[in-house]
Design a binder for this molecule. Structure first.
Ligand code: PRP
Ligand code: URA
Length: 200
């Protein structure tokens, strides 16, 4: 793990980090994670004229759609957009029901026909994996073919659940933690990411 990711993730876990610092740290880790997650994006050759001469260069082969899962995914969006400013942005609103831990949709807003895009699904927490599977079900319905999940903290149970439904989905995470507790929170985790981001 990159030392800067380790350093910022540790500060992110710290219960003493308030919303302002938590937001900043989440953005910084997200940007570092994005570098790895986009490593295999396809590029195509292009020609470019510098002030001195013509040379060969590359450009991304496909357009990019960022899809943060509300709310906590919003904490990673701004810093990722800074790195891919031309990306489109879709939103998936999901809320885990507190007792059943089932993820329920409350918002869906995605570009049409996702088949031609590189899609980056953004959610800092992967606990039971229910939200990620629900988000993937929706992206698959909309014909997404190249999806990566960028995550910060994952539970082994969640990774297993997601890969049992979507074995080919690449998951980029900063940490695989120990396990879930009886309320579906990741241990040691960082608590409720949405609540800490927005100070509620
Ligand atoms: C959190 C988190 C993930 C989900 C992970 O969202 O941001 O989306 O839980 O849990 P799972 O893997 O068990 O589905 P939550 O539903 O609490 O909504 P919030 O982001 O609005 O707080
Ligand atoms: N969602 C969170 O924000 N944190 C967890 O530990 C589990 C789900």
């Amino acid at each position: 793990m990159h030392p800067l990711v380790q350093h910022n993730l540790t500060r992110l876990r710290d219960e003493c980090s308030g919303p302002q610092e938590f937001r900043r740290l989440m953005g910084e880790v997200a940007a570092l994670m994005l570098y790895e997650a986009t490593h295999s994006f396809a590029v195509k050759p292009v020609s470019v004229r510098t002030p001195l001469e013509r040379t060969r260069g590359c450009q991304l082969q496909r357009e990019v759609v960022l899809v943060p899962v509300l709310r906590a995914g919003l904490g990673m969006l701004d810093s990722i957009l800074q790195l891919i400013p031309h990306a489109r942005v879709g939103f998936i609103g999901l809320k885990r029901e507190e007792t059943t831990l089932r993820a329920m949709f409350y918002h869906k807003s995605l570009p049409l026909n996702l088949s031609r895009y590189e899609v980056i699904l953004i959610d800092p927490m992967l606990a039971t994996g229910g939200s990620a599977v629900a988000a993937m079900d929706l992206l698959s319905e909309r014909d997404a073919r190249r999806v990566r999940l960028v995550n910060l903290v994952a539970a082994p149970e969640g990774i297993r659940h997601v890969h049992s439904h979507y074995p080919d989905l690449p998951i980029f995470t900063a940490a695989i933690d120990r396990r879930l507790n009886e309320r579906g929170y990741i241990l040691p985790g960082l608590g409720d990411a949405g609540d800490r981001l927005f100070g509620v």
